[in-house]
Design a protein around this ligand. Structure first.
Ligand code: ADP
Ligand code: ZN
Ligand code: ZN
Length: 741
C-alpha cells in the first residue's frame, strides 16, 4: 500500500531464492495489471539467463532510469501465502536476517517451490447412474463389469477401496462408463474415517490440563510438563477433539523419530477424522497434496515433523509441539529456524493456544514457564497402573568390562531375560568402535577431510571391524591391515559402539533374540516398526542409539542399561548437560510402561557427578532449576541471547579474515549503547575445526536482550554482505544457535 501522497507503485517487488537479502523489481507479466497481483503469489521471473520462481512481496516505485524486466507468469490465480502465514514469514525473515525469497522457498513443499501446480486434493470415486441401477440385471453374470456394478449398488466407492477389492476394476469401470452405467466423481480426500473410539477416563491432573487448554480462546502458550507415560498424548487428543468440535484446524508437531505408524494410528482411531501426516518419508507430490489440502482448509488435523510448521492454517484452532525439547526442531542449515519458536510466533499471530509438551522441557521453555510467560501444566504421575522405574547408578571404576558392560550388568540382563522381560541397552554411538588404534606406536585412523594437524577426527570402525567411516562427512575407507606409520599388525578397535555391544550380547545370550536398532539397521521409515513387530512381547535384548529413546511403546521392557553416561558429562558445549539429562530421563522412561515394574541402570566412572545426583534425587526438575542458575551465572541462554557467524573455507586464513572483517563492522555499528549490551566472542576455531575439507571458524554474539542483538545485526549485515571476503568463504548467520560445534 503506498502511503498517502507518495508516488503510486510502478513495479512488483519479488522475493527470490538467492543468497542476497533484498527484493527484486519486475514489471508485471505481459497483459496483467499491477493492481490485480497480490502479495504472496508465486511468480516466474527471468534472472540472469535463468528463470526463477519467486514470491510477490509487494509493490513499489521503481528506481528512475533503471530498465526493468518483465515477469514471465503467475502460476496461480491466488496467493499461496496469505494473511497470518505471510505475516509470520515476514517476521521470520526479519528474525533470521535471511533473504525473504529463501524463507518463502523453505516454507513451500519442494514441488511447489520448483514451480509445480497446486495439486488436486480430492480423491476419485465411482457411482452407478440411474441407467446403471436399472440396467444392472442385464449385465452378464460373473464378469468384472457385473461385479463392479454390484459393488457400486451399495453406494459410491472410492478408487482406493476398488483397488483393494476388485482386480481389474479400471477396465470394468471404463466398460460401465461407455454404456452410461457408471460415472467418476470427485470426493474430498481421505474423507472416510471410522467413528472415533473413546479413550481412557482422564485422571484429575489430565482433566485440569484439558480444562485449562479449553478455556483459552486466544493466544495462550502453555508448557505441559509430564513425566514419560503420564498421558500427555491423551491431553493432546482431548485438546484436538475440542478444537475440531469448534470447527477449527489443529497442527501437531512431533520429532522426526516420533512420527511412527503407531502414533498416527492412535490419532486416527481416536479423532475419527482424517489425520494428515507430513514427514520426510513422503514423496514430493504427497507432501504438496497435504500442504494444499491444509491451505484449502480441507485437512483438519495435520501431524508433521519440523517443516510442517509452515503448514497454512486458514481455520487454525490449536498448535501442539510434542517433545518440545527435541533437537530435530532446529533447522541446522539454510534458513536456521526453530520450529517450536516459530510455532509460538504463529500461534500468537493466529490467536490460538500453543501447547508445548515434554517430560524434559528445554531450559528456554522452562525459563518462560517459571517467569509466568507460559502457563505451566503438570502431570506428575504415570497414567494407569504404570509405576516410575527405579534408577540405579552403577560405579564401574576398576570393574572388568566386557564391551563396556560390567559383570553385574550382564548378570542383571540374564536374570531379566529368564524372567521373561525385555532389556534395552542404550549406547549413543553407532558402529563397532569409535577409534582404530595402533597398539605399538599410538597411530589412530583419522578422517582425512575432517582433521587438522592440531585436531584429529577419528574414523569409526564399522561392520565387524572391516570398514572405517567418518560420522561427520561420510568418508569411507577399508580398514588397513597394518599400521601406516610403523607397519605393526597390532591395530585394535578402541571403545564401544552398538555393533560391538550386539556382538557380545548375541554371544552371551544366544538363547534370546538380540536386535540392534540404530540408523544402520533402520534406514527405512518402517524398518524400526518391522523389527519391533517381529520381536513382539517375547523376551529379548534391544541394543540401540537414541532412535530407541522414544516413539514405540514397549510394554514388556523391564530393564534399561545406559552404557557410556560419561561422554556428555565433561563436554565444552554449554548445552551438553541439558542434552544428557534429557536423554537419560527419556531413555529411562521406556522402562516399566505397563504393569511390570521397571529398573534403569546408569553405568558410570563418575558416580558423584552433580548431574547424576540431581537427576536421581530430585528428578529432571531439580537438575533443570540448578542448571538455569548456572547458565545465568555464566551468561549463557536462556539468560542471554546468542547469534553465531560461522565461516567455512578451504584455507583457515580465508575464514578468519572474513570473521575479523565482520567483527570490525559489528564494532563500528555497535558503537555507543549497543556496545555495552552485546559482546563479541572470537573469531575462534569452531569446536569441530574442519569438516568435509573445510576449515571452520566462528564469531559468537551474546546480548542481554533480543532487540539490541537484532538492531546490531540489522545495522551491520549490509556491510558484512558487501565484504569482498564474504565471496571467498561459505558463511552463515545462526540466530539462537543450538549446536555450537
Ligand atoms: P505420554 O505421551 O505422556 O508418554 P501417553 O499419553 O502415551 O503418555 O500415555 C501412556 C499410556 O498410558 C498409554 O498407553 C495411554 O493409553 C495410557 N493412559 C493415558 N492416560 C490414561 C488414563 N487417564 N487412564 C488410563 N490409561 C491412560
Ligand atoms: Zn603403529
Ligand atoms: Zn570426515
Amino acid at each position: 500500500m503506498p502511503a498517502p501522497g507518495s508516488t503510486p507503485p510502478t513495479c512488483l517487488q519479488v522475493a527470490l531464492p538467492v543468497p542476497v537479502p533484498r527484493l527484486f523489481d519486475y514489471l508485471p507479466p505481459e497483459g496483467q495489471s499491477l493492481t490485480a497481483i497480490q502479495a504472496g503469489q508465486r511468480i516466474r521471473v527471468p534472472f540472469g539467463n535463468r528463470e526463477l520462481l519467486g514470491v510477490v512481496a509487494g509493490t513499489g516505485a521503481a528506481e528512475p532510469g533503471v530498465e526493468l524486466r518483465r515477469a514471465h507468469a503467475l502460476p496461480d490465480a491466488e496467493p499461496v501465502f496469505t494473511g497470518e502465514l505471510l505475516e509470520s514469514l515476514r517476521w521470520l525473515t526479519r528474525y533470521t536476517h535471511a533473504p525473504a525469497g529463501e524463507v518463502f522457498a523453505t516454507a513451500l513443499p519442494a514441488s511447489l517451490r520448483a514451480g509445480g501446480p497446486l495439486p488436486d486434493t480430492h480423491a476419485w470415486a465411482w457411482l452407478l447412474t440411474e441407467a446403471g441401477i436399472t440396467g444392472l440385471a442385464g449385465l452378464r453374470r460373473n464378469t468384472r463389469p457385473r461385479r463392479l456394478a454390484e459393488l457400486l449398488e451399495g453406494g459410491p466407492c472410492d478408487e482406493d477401496r476398488l483397488e483393494r477389492e476388485l482386480d481389474g476394476w479400471r477396465g470394468a469401470a471404463r466398460s460401465l462408463a461407455r454404456r452410461g452405467f457408471a460415472e467418476r466423481i470427485a470426493t474430498p480426500a481421505f474423507a472416510h474415517a471410522p467413528a472415533p473410539q473413546p479413550g481412557p477416563l482422564p485422571s484429575a491432573e489430565q482433566q485440569a490440563a484439558i480444562t485449562a487448554i479449553a478455556a483459552a480462546d486466544s493466544f495462550s502458550p502453555a508448557l505441559l510438563e509430564g513425566v514419560t507415560g503420564s498421558g500427555k498424548t491423551e491431553v493432546y487428543l482431548h485438546a484436538i477433539a475440542d478444537c475440531l468440535a469448534r470447527g477449527r484446524q489443529a497442527l501437531v508437531l512431533v520429532p522426526e523419530i516420533g512420527l511412527t505408524p503407531q502414533t498416527l494410528a492412535r490419532f486416527r482411531a481416536r479423532l475419527g477424522v482424517p489425520v494428515h501426516a507430513l514427514h520426510s518419508g513422503l514423496t514430493d507430490n504427497e507432501r504438496a497434496r497435504v500442504w494444499t489440502a491444509a491451505w484449502r482448509g480441507e485437512a483438519r488435523v495435520i501431524v508433521g515433523t519440523r517443516s510442517a510448521v509452515f503448514t497454512p492454517l486458514p481455520d487454525a484452532g490449536l498448535i501442539v509441539v510434542d517433545e518440545e525439547h527435541d533437537g530435530s526442531y532446529k533447522q541446522q542449515d539454510g534458513i536456521r529456524y526453530h520450529a517450536r519458536d516459530f510455532a509460538l510466533v504463529r500461534g500468537k499471530a493466529l490467536g490460538v493456544p500453543v501447547l508445548l509438551g515434554s517430560a524434559t522441557p528445554s531450559l528456554e521453555t522452562l525459563h518462560n514457564a517459571l517467569a509466568g510467560r507460559f502457563a505451566h501444566l503438570r502431570l506428575r504421575r504415570r497414567a494407569g497402573e504404570a509405576r516410575p522405574p527405579a534408577v540405579r547408578i552403577l560405579d564401574v571404576r576398576k570393574r572388568p568390562l566386557q564391551a563396556g558392560l560390567a559383570p553385574e550388568t550382564l548378570e542383571m540382563i540374564g536374570a531379566a531375560l529368564r524372567d521373561g522381560g525385555q532389556v534395552l541397552v542404550f549406547k549413543n554411538r553407532r558402529g563397532y568402535a569409535p577409534v582404530l588404534l595402533c597398539h605399538d606406536c599410538g597411530w589412530s585412523a583419522q578422517c582425512p577431510r575432517c582433521s587438522t594437524p592440531a585436531q584429529g577426527t577419528p574414523l569409526t570402525v564399522h561392520a565387524g571391524g572391516g570398514k572405517l567411516v567418518c560420522h561427520h562427512c561420510g568418508h569411507r575407507q577399508t580398514r588397513p591391515l597394518a599400521c601406516p606409520d610403523c607397519a605393526s599388525l597390532a591395530l585394535q578397535p578402541q571403545g564401544i559402539g552398538t555393533e560391538r555391544l550386539e556382538e557380545l550380547l548375541a554371544e552371551r545370550f544366544a538363547d534370546w533374540p538380540v536386535l540392534r536398532i540404530d540408523r544402520g539397521t533402520t534406514q527405512r521409515r518402517d524398518g524400526l516398526a518391522k523389527l519391533l513387530d517381529e520381536l513382539g512381547d517375547r523376551p529379548g535384548v534391544l541394543v540401540g542409539t537414541q532412535i530407541l529413546a522414544k516413539g514405540h511403546d514397549l510394554p514388556n521392557l523391564t530393564r534399561v542399561v545406559v552404557v557410556g553416561v560419561d561422554e556428555g558429562l565433561f563436554s565444552s558445549d554449554f548445552r551438553a548437560g541439558e542434552k544428557l539429562a534429557q536423554l537419560l530421563v527419556q531413555v529411562a522412561g521406556r522402562a516399566g510402561r505397563a504393569q511390570r515394574p521397571g529398573e534403569v541402570w546408569w553405568q558410570t566412572h563418575h558416580p558423584d557427578h552433580r548431574l547424576l545426583h540431581d537427576l536421581i534425587n530430585g528428578g529432571y526438575d531439580t537438575f533443570a532449576r540448578d542448571e538455569l542458575v548456572q547458565r545465568a551465572a555464566a551468561g549463557f541462554p536462556p539468560s542471554t541471547y546468542l547469534a553465531m557467524l560461522r565461516a567455512e573455507a578451504q584455507q583457515v586464513d580465508t575464514a578468519g579474515a572474513f570473521l575479523r572483517a565482520a567483527k570490525a563492522i559489528l564494532h563500528e555499528a555497535g558503537a555507543g549503547a549497543m556496545q555495552a549490551a552485546v559482546q563479541l566472542h572470537g573469531p575462534v576455531t569452531a569446536p569441530m575445526a574442519r569438516r568435509a575439507g573445510l576449515y571452520r571458524m566462528q564469531l559468537v554474539l551474546s546480548a542481554s536482550t533480543r532487540p539490541v542483538l537484532h538492531a546490531l545485526l540489522d545495522a551491520a549485515l549490509p556491510a558484512i554482505h558487501a565484504l569482498p571476503e564474504a565471496r571467498r568463504t561459505r558463511w552463515s548467520l545462526d540466530v539462537d544457535p543450538v549446536d555450537l560445534y
